[in-house]
Design a protein around this ligand. Structure first.
Ligand code: NAD
Length: 453
């Protein structure tokens, strides 16, 4: 099928490249000239494992452009995947989605049939609003095109975006017209039936169950995305709350999570205690959900509590450093990990950066390392005095404490005696429980993990 995808961020680029790999002809549109220049030279503007290699494989079916009008004119399916950043009041800003919808409508051609799909995470009613914007513009232009609309929320995880795209648990389509569902069914058939040859670096998992196709009304699809995010957020907050209790009573949260996660009703995933959640989805989407509920005079105390617990995590990590160092002012802390989670360069609402800001306010000096997020972190820290280091040992040089803030695999096999040797005072706060306390202590580190009594 001919596809136009508007927005080449984490979602749009991954989706566009995957659809091109599956054999669809994809025009990927973005307004950001720097991104386009990089994409057209074969580079990926985001760090996502396997993405750049797949861009090369899919290149014959993929083009990048800033010309929305040209891209949508002969497309059958048009996917809007632009950002919906949070406003001050927590509401999701749908301005980019509406602007994209209007630009799409400017390019539609009389006599053709299109399916316009909103993949961005949007509050209830936005799909209706997109339909209104497109239809109004078509009327203004006096263009008689047939346009169907669908909500197709995205559930991929950064860092595992391609795996989630090729092997999803489910595909949710909210639409009022069967033709919209049929168009998306055709688009996703290779995924739904798993008939494609997997990319060499991403083999099909053994015993993979075919993805479920969930078709519903648009409002339910919109809510399903927020509900899924909120549920995962509260699962993480729940285990983090348990971690606090484990520290009080002398239990080990890793053992507790094993005991809990083995229950098939609960499952083991998202039960890793740590620095708490961040990124571009959980904080923004839980805030937007509460805002929507507020608009209806409805309270959601469970989601609100998940956010409160999460905000306290960052402070709890600073407190752990303070407990070990006693005085933070004048100390040097090495922070390993700046991305909000491993395998991504995304630092939006990263717990690590918040912790750094707090430590700086308290008078610490910071030396920081991340395998891929140094540039994004430098921009996000906006002139704050942080020494960015090219490897963990350089970061540890002369530090009095090390904080592991992101669970990168690169940090799992560190030479702990070498780290301890490089430091002035060998305190380690392992915010993501990568190390066995006894091993770290044997290496000469004064080790504290999370929720390990
Ligand atoms: P992003 O900020 O990484 O990318 C958005 C892109 O859209 C940018 O490159 C921007 O230049 C481009 N853009 C904005 N307006 C445009 C326009 N009118 N025409 C062309 N391009 C335009 O965003 P993202 O992280 O990919 O998220 C996109 C949406 O998907 C959001 O609603 C987000 O909540 C949702 N989502 C994100 C994730 C994730 O893990 N990042 C997961 C699921 C859902």
């Amino acid at each position: 099928m001919r596809v136009a995808i508007i927005g080449t961020g984490y979602v749009g680029l991954t989706t566009g490249v995957a659809l091109a790999y599956l054999g669809h002809d994809v025009s990927a549109v973005d307004k950001d000239k720097r991104k386009l220049a990089l994409l057209n030279s074969g580079g990926s503007p985001i760090h996502e494992p396997g993405l750049e290699a797949l861009m090369t494989t899919a290149a014959p079916h993929l083009r990048y452009t800033d010309d929305t009008t040209g891209a949508v004119a002969d497309a059958e399916v048009i996917i809007i995947a632009v950002g919906t950043p949070p406003k001050e009041n927590g509401e999701a800003d749908t301005g980019y989605v509406e602007a994209a919808a209007k630009e799409v409508a400017d390019g539609l051609v009389a006599g053709r049939t299109y399916t316009v799909v909103v993949k961005s995470t949007v509050p209830v009613g936005t799909n209706r609003r997109v339909a209104h914007v497109v239809n109004r513009r078509l009327k203004e232009r006096d263009v008689d095109a047939t346009v169907h609309f669908a909500s197709n929320p995205e559930f991929l995880r950064e860092g595992a975006a391609l795996a989630d795209t090729f092997y999803p648990d489910r595909i949710v389509i909210g639409a009022d017209h069967p033709d919209a569902i049929n168009a998306l069914h055709r688009l996703y058939r290779p995924l739904l039936e798993q008939t494609f040859t997997p990319p060499a670096f991403l083999p099909r998992p053994e015993r993979l169950e075919l993805p479920r196709l969930i078709t519903t009304d648009t409002t339910s699809a919109e809510v399903a995305k927020y509900a899924a995010t909120a549920f995962l957020a509260l699962k993480v907050s729940f285990i983090n709350e348990m971690a606090g209790l484990c520290e009080k009573v002398g239990a080990n949260v890793i053992e507790v999570a094993r005991g809990v996660g083995a229950d098939s009703r609960i499952g083991p995933r998202f039960l890793n205690a740590g620095v708490g959640w961040g990124g571009s989805c959980f904080p923004k989407d839980t805030a937007a959900l509460l805002r929507t509920a507020g608009d209806y005079g409805y309270e959601m105390p469970i989601v609100a509590a998940a956010r409160v617990v999460n905000e306290k995590r960052r402070q709890a990590i600073v407190d752990k450093l303070q407990d070990s160092l006693k005085v933070i002012r004048g100390r040097t802390v090495a922070v390993l990990g700046l991305a909000f989670k491993p395998n991504t360069d995304d630092v939006r609402d990263s717990p690590s950066l918040d912790i750094i800001r707090c430590l700086l306010e308290r008078g610490a000096s910071i030396r920081a390392h991340d395998p891929v997020a140094l540039c994004n972190a430098e921009r996000a820290l906006d002139g704050l005095d942080v020494a960015l280091c090219t490897d963990p040992y350089q970061a540890a040089e002369g530090a009095e404490a090390i904080l592991i803030a992101t669970g990168w695999d690169d940090y799992r096999g560190l030479d702990l005696p070498r780290l301890a040797e490089a430091m002035k005072d060998a305190v380690m706060v392992d915010g993501v429980n990568l190390y066995d306390p006894a091993t770290a202590q044997a290496a000469g580190l004064r080790y504290t993990g999370v929720g390990r009594g």
